[in-house]
Design a protein around this ligand. Structure first.
Ligand code: GLU
Length: 250
């Protein structure tokens, strides 16, 4: 079962994300990856097949990735073999080298679970000019968010909500949008997230994990099938949404 973590705050994200993933290692996985961004810069993606220690080594304990906002993932393959290309994060843009390095993409994300109707959605997205580099259902859902975001000029919440209406399956998504530095978006369906806040040096930091991490201030709100959005230093800006009207076109 895969693991998902996220962090946004004032400290370097990559070491915190690696620490979080190591606490979820017991769940089993076949590859791991991180996407970290520094302010408005492009997200940097690094992935490695096999043990988390490979990713730790590849990123020099996370020190090679600069940035205070990021997401991380350990994958348990359901669609596509265990490989670096199929490892998460996946990106919405055309990244031939399996999304490694700086990615010119609007949407970067990780995913736990299964998108049951991904074949049908992939065929439609191919017709709309999207190219796929992995065998995963995850890349399809990331590109579907991108499609709604761009075509309808929707903000992230609406784009994700429309996507959630369109996909079938049980899943948890964690996304960053290039237009929204320092912000992470989460959309769980039938999978629980733990979101914790900690105030350090009067700065609000936000941790996210699919399972309990040893961070203290647990955020008790539990609204299944809702989405969450937050950005650092602004707990009031956290929003959630429940349902969206389906869009007819894709
Ligand atoms: N279905 C996705 C994949 O095969 C996510 C698997 C997981 O939950 O790790 O990449």
């Amino acid at each position: 079962m895969c693991g998902i973590v996220g962090f946004t705050g004032n400290r370097q994200a990559a070491p915190i994300l690696l620490d979080g993933l190591s606490k979820l290692e017991y769940r089993g996985y076949d590859s791991a990856g991180l996407a970290v961004r520094d302010g408005e810069t492009l997200a940097q993606v690094v992935k490695a097949k096999g043990r988390l220690s490979n990713l730790i080594e590849k990123t020099d304990n996370g020190n090679a990735l600069k940035g205070t906002c990021g997401i991380g993932h350990t994958r348990w393959a359901t669609h596509g073999e265990p490989s670096q290309t199929n490892a998460h994060p996946h990106v919405s843009g055309n990244c031939r080298c399996s999304g490694s390095g700086a990615v010119e993409s609007e949407v970067v994300g990780v995913h736990n679970g299964i998108i049951e109707n991904y074949t049908e959605l992939k065929e439609k997205l191919l017709k709309h000019g999207y190219t796929f580099y992995s065998q995963t259902d995850t890349e399809v859902v990331i590109k579907l968010v991108d499609y709604y975001y761009k075509k309808y000029n929707l903000g992230p919440i609406d784009a994700i909500a429309k996507t959630m209406v369109r996909v079938r399956g049980s899943y948890a998504l964690e996304l960053m949008f290039h237009d929204y530095p320092g912000e992470i978006w989460v959309a769980p369906s039938a999978i629980r997230f733990i979101i914790t806040f900690s105030v350090s040096e009067e700065v609000l930091e936000v941790y996210l994990a699919e399972s309990y991490l040893e961070y203290k201030l647990s955020f008790p709100e539990n609204k299944s099938s809702a989405g969450y959005h937050w950005k650092r230093n602004d707990s009031e800006n956290k929003r959630y949404w429940k349902n969206a009207e389906p869009l007819q076109t894709l």
